[in-house]
Design a protein around this ligand. Structure first.
Ligand SMILES: N[C@@H](CCC(=O)N[C@@H](CS)C(=O)NCC(=O)O)C(=O)O
Length: 226
């Protein structure tokens, strides 16, 4: 895939949405050179980066001669079309809809509540301190993860992975939320189906290579984290 090695990816070590793109690239054996935008230093709001992504968010995929591509799920869809093997969506329409539904629940309804711009607003304008922010994180990670567990535990599509017996966008989305929860040392109890699927991700090289603490710019792994 020589044309694919021309990708550049704006990302940050602990960015959950960047992680999704890393895993998809790894599964599809595609390559991108990652360039860091330091979210802790507020580089996403620099005038230069806002020209690349007006929302001031990661990831953004850069391909020569093309406009920047933003939104992790749109990037995953694009990679899926460019390189259909291995497929990260099921072959049947109903299955694809289920995988996209689980993925959206996590990436569109859970993740946006816990991003830096929301934290900054709550801390600067809504009187939050760090303890209130942590309660907020636990509340919204918990809501998304518990809903996902209920679906995975009861829906017939669930297999070894979130859908069937090979990884899909849904596993990438789930693992991306768990990866950032681990960074923040947040765990939600009583999620046996999720725990089983994440144990699978934890033995899969494509997921392991994408892990936050394996990225350039990451701090040392805390003793109690990973
Ligand atoms: N829906 C977007 C989420 C993008 C997003 O919010 N990314 C976070 C990092 S995981 C970010 O860059 N946040 C910057 C900020 O909130 O200031 C996607 O999936 O790509």
């Amino acid at each position: 895939m020589s044309e694919c090695s021309q990708f550049e990816l704006f990302g940050f070590w602990r960015s959950s949405a960047t992680y999704r793109v890393r895993v998809a690239l790894n599964l599809k054996k595609m390559d991108a050179q990652e360039m860091t935008i330091d979210l802790d230093a507020g580089q996403q709001q620099s005038p230069e980066f806002l020209k690349v992504n007006p929302l001031g968010a990661l990831p953004t995929l850069i391909e020569p001669g093309q406009q920047p591509l933003t939104q992790s799920l749109a990037i995953l869809e694009y990679l899926e079309e460019l390189q259909p093997t291995p497929p990260l969506l099921p072959s049947d329409p109903r299955g694809r809809a289920r995988v996209r539904s689980i993925s959206s629940m996590l990436t569109a309804d859970t993740h946006p509540l816990v991003v830096p711009r929301v934290k900054n607003y709550l801390m600067e304008r809504a009187g939050f301190d760090l303890a209130a922010w942590r309660d907020w994180q636990i509340q919204w990670f918990g809501a998304g993860i518990r809903a996902t567990e209920r679906r995975l535990a009861t829906e017939t599509g669930t297999g070894i992975w979130c859908h069937g017996d090979s990884p899909t966008f849904a596993d990438i989305a789930l693992a991306s939320i768990i990866a950032v929860m681990r960074v923040f040392q947040i765990s939600i109890p009583n999620t046996p189906t999720i725990d089983r699927i994440i144990a699978k991700c934890d033995t899969h090289e494509a997921f392991l290579k994408a892990a936050p603490y394996r990225q350039i710019g990451a701090p040392p792994v805390p003793v109690s984290g990973r």
